[in-house]
Write a protein that binds this ligand. Structure first.
Ligand code: ADP
Length: 770
């Protein structure tokens, strides 16, 4: 009775599973007619704790039988089709046949009958299971295990209590800790482990319950190859795989091939199916004598395994306890999915909260580094689970936790910028960027979001090499039962762990989808704020331009109007001087001052004109323009005896010809003026092609670094009024305004006493030097 209760519960839980997946388990993944599978299920042999008959569906004639039938069932089969099921279980055949017609036998073995000793010719009890494969029926007669040594359980109430506690487990870890402990209590196995598979097929032990004195495998990682794809597919097919004795002798089916199809029978679902020698070898290397494995499924895919091992002796688990375990595994699968989703949704909502705080900080603080890095509760460091994080903008770096050095970060940023992706998630950086190899221990993986199109500005998170972060809790030096004679030594926990470590060298824990999405969300947030700020700046700039224009027109009108009375003073003073006949010191001074004032007003007029008048852009041959400028300075060049050196070939640029010539005239005349050497020279040439950078170099007096900014300010001179031929101090200011209106930049390098070089560009540069 109890066993039917459990069987019904299992059916119920399976239908829940179907519902949860939104896809019927029976659809294509449990299609027994499809025998085109891997080799393991075509082994044509079974384990010896039972025997097997393959019978014809309608006639019940026996087509194939395992070679141990004579021993176990007390009947032998010489020729296919010669005997029927009635010859094997004469008294129960009708009851079994009626169940065959009512049960759905396509989803794997169904318990058809508990046969008593008197029901068989060998006078021993069996559990009889049956399922369909193609046109045939596979019947499995499983012998009953010893009665002794099984935990006393009231399965129904025990299961109910267990389920309630599993549901209440607060975390996924506590859930699994309890689940493995309960399965061990139900089955009495010495070791019960929960494995979880990773995306690359490797897996690790996430929970374990062991008998006293056993070595723990908790935390053990093993490579994907330890459970090959065909084995994984088979695990996903049936809810329980039991191997009572790993050291068994396989029993062949006779005849080997189906008389109907001429091919081996597909034993994928048969619970007695002989398992792969790889698997028994693995178990033997681990010192395991009996095992039971149940898959953990999530959304129709294999998520992990519940593995039970017995090391002291073979262990044949009774059918009822297997049913209870299977039911539990079902429920664990279902509950685990929602628990895991809940855990990742906790992580997601954490990231959402931090993102909101980061955005608020960013809106309130124009300094992006202060906004994203300064406060403990709004900080990129806590946004995504990583070993370290860094923010790089315009060459400025803020770091947290374990990160590469500033120099390495800059190189990494340049490499990332070259990849043309806005979000980069990489868990094996050194494979793509060999320069990253020295720092795999802190940044084997990087998640990066790009903040600027033109500059290598990034937010980055780093994860260390996984092999460094995972240590197997077990003692790797302690030998486990390894048989080195057959070369299968590779399949042992210790070696598996070593192989796994080897296979994940240079790799970090992978970045998961919600982390990559969160990184992208942060990027959008930052870019939005930067754009909004750029718009504000543009608005302010526009206003500034208007004000500047007004100032320029004011300066123009004012200087223009000032010229009028100045001219009057000048005429008057000249008139008085002429009338007096004798030169008068005071009048001389008035005249000199009016000339100086006139110069100043003229400079102011020229400056304001530079701001007001639109540029007339055209293709300008720089070589010809330098010639023109030198032409205009012929007299000064000749008088000073300066030697002019210049590049033969200068490029063509887009510029306002007249304005640019003014700039050249100013730079060259300054280079002539501010020189006290006996042999003076000036060199004119191109420093860089892109963007075109022209320079005018001299061997003059030079400019002290502290005055570099000053000399571009209007009316600022570094010398006495009459030294070096005088001047108003407006030339470089006007030159700078002209250059900036072209979109370029003017600057100088100089060694005081040895000379100066003035450079200028006419368009925006890719990356202004920081
Ligand atoms: P001005 O030549 O009329 O004084 P500028 O604006 O052209 O005005 O130059 C500003 C100041 O910068 C000059 O007074 C001079 O002190 C300094 N200066 C300009 N060019 C040179 C140069 N080639 N070498 C040294 N000093 C220079």
């Amino acid at each position: 009775m109890r066993q039917f209760l459990v069987a019904n519960l299992i059916r119920l839980s399976k239908s829940v599973e179907m519902h949860a997946n939104g896809e019927a388990v029976t659809a294509k993944n449990v299609d027994l007619s499809n025998c085109d599978r891997e080799q393991v299920q075509f082994s044509g042999a079974i384990q010896p704790h039972g025997c097997m008959l393959v019978i014809e569906l309608t006639s019940l004639r026996i087509l194939q039988a395992s070679a141990n039938c004579a021993d176990l069932l007390g009947i032998s089969f010489e020729k296919p089709g010669e005997k029927t099921l009635a010859d094997v279980i004469p008294t129960r055949v009708e009851a079994v046949v009626s169940r065959l017609s009512t049960e759905n036998l396509d989803n794997g073995p169904v318990h058809l009958a508990s046969l008593k000793a008197q029901d068989t010719r060998a006078s021993r009890p069996f559990h009889l299971f049956g399922h369909r494969c193609g046109g045939a029926m596979i019947l499995e007669f499983e012998v009953l295990p010893d009665e002794d040594g099984w935990p006393m359980l009231d399965l129904y109430s025990d299961l109910r209590a267990t389920m309630a506690r599993l549901h209440a487990a607060p975390t996924l870890q506590s859930f699994f800790d309890f689940a493995v402990a309960q399965i061990r209590r139900f089955t009495g196995f010495e070791r019960v482990m929960a494995y979880k598979f990773q995306e690359d097929g490797s897996g690790h032990v996430i929970a374990e319950s062991i008998a006293d004195g056993f070595q723990s495998y908790l935390g053990l990682h093993y490579p994907a190859s330890d459970i090959p794809a065909p084995a994984r597919r088979l695990f996903a097919l049936s809810w329980l795989r039991h191997l009572p004795n790993a050291d068994y002798e396989p029993i062949p089916l006779v005849p080997e091939l189906s008389p109907h199809t001429g091919a081996p029978v597909d034993l994928s679902y048969a619970s007695l199916r002989s398992v792969s020698v790889m698997y028994t070898g693995y178990l033997k290397n681990m010192g395991v004598k009996a095992s039971m494995v149940m898959p953990l499924m999530k959304n129709g895919a294999l998520w992990g395994l519940l593995a039970c091992n017995h090391e002291s002796a073979p262990r044949h688990v009774p059918f009822e306890i297997r049913m209870a375990s299977e039911f539990l595994a079902h429920m664990i699968s279902l509950t685990m999915s929602s628990k895991e989703d809940a855990e990742s949704s906790d992580y997601r909502s954490h990231m959402k909260e931090v993102l909101e705080r980061l955005m608020r900080a960013l809106h309130g603080n124009p300094d992006i580094h202060a906004a994203l890095c300064a406060s403990p509760d709004a900080n990129i460091r806590h946004y995504i689970d990583a070993g370290g994080a860094a923010l790089i903008t315009e060459g400025q770096i803020t770091k947290f936790g374990e990160t590469p050095s500033d120099e390495q970060l800059r190189e990494l940023a340049i490499w990332l910028a070259g990849r043309d992706e806005l979000v980069v998630a990489n868990d094996r950086l050194a494979e793509h960027l060999p320069d990253a190899a020295p720092y795999v221990e802190i940044a084997a993986g990087v998640l990066a979001v790009r903040l600027s199109k033109r500059r290598p500005d990034f937010v980055m998170w780093f994860r260390p090499e996984q092999a460094h972060t995972v240590q197997w809790a077990g003692d790797p030096a302690k030998p486990v039962h390894i048989d080195e004679s057959d070369g299968s030594v590779r399949l042992s926990p210790r070696m598996s762990f070593a192989i796994w470590k080897e296979s994940v060298k240079g790799r970090s824990k992978p970045w998961i989808t919600c982390e990559i999405e969160a990184a992208a969300d942060l990027r959008w947030g930052i870019v939005d704020v930067i754009l909004a700020r750029a718009e504000e700046t543009e608005l302010v700039n526009r206003k500034l331009r208007e004000v500047n224009r007004e100032l320029d027109s004011f300066a123009y009108v004012a200087s223009h109007d000032l010229k009028e009375p100045l001219r009057g003073i000048n005429h008057l003073a000249t008139f008085v001087q002429r009338k007096q006949g004798d030169p008068d010191q005071h009048i001389e001074t008035i005249l000199k001052l009016t000339r100086r004032m006139d110069d100043l007003i003229e400079s102011l007029l020229q400056y304001s004109r530079t701001g007001r008048v639109d540029l007339m852009l055209e293709d300008v041959d720089l070589g010809a323009l330098v010639d023109e400028a030198l032409q205009m300075l012929t007299k000064r060049v000749a008088e000073s005896g300066v030697v002019i050196r210049r590049s033969v070939k200068l490029p063509i640029v887009k510029a306002d010809r007249v304005r640019l010539r003014e700039v050249l005239v100013n730079l060259i005349s300054n280079a002539i003026k501010y020189n006290d050497k006996g042999e003076r020279w000036i060199e004119i040439g191109i420093e860089r092609e892109k963007p075109v950078t022209l320079y005018v170099r001299d061997n003059g007096i030079g400019v002290d670094q502290k005055n570099h900014a000053k000399i571009f300010k209007i009316f600022r001179r570094l010398h006495g009024r009459d030294e070096f031929g005088g001047g108003t101090g407006a030339g470089l200011t006007i030159a700078r305004k002209t250059i900036e209106r072209h979109g370029g930049r003017i600057w100088l390098t100089s060694t005081p006493g040895a000379g100066s070089t003035f450079f200028f560009t006419l368009q925006e540069e890719e990356r202004p030097p920081s």
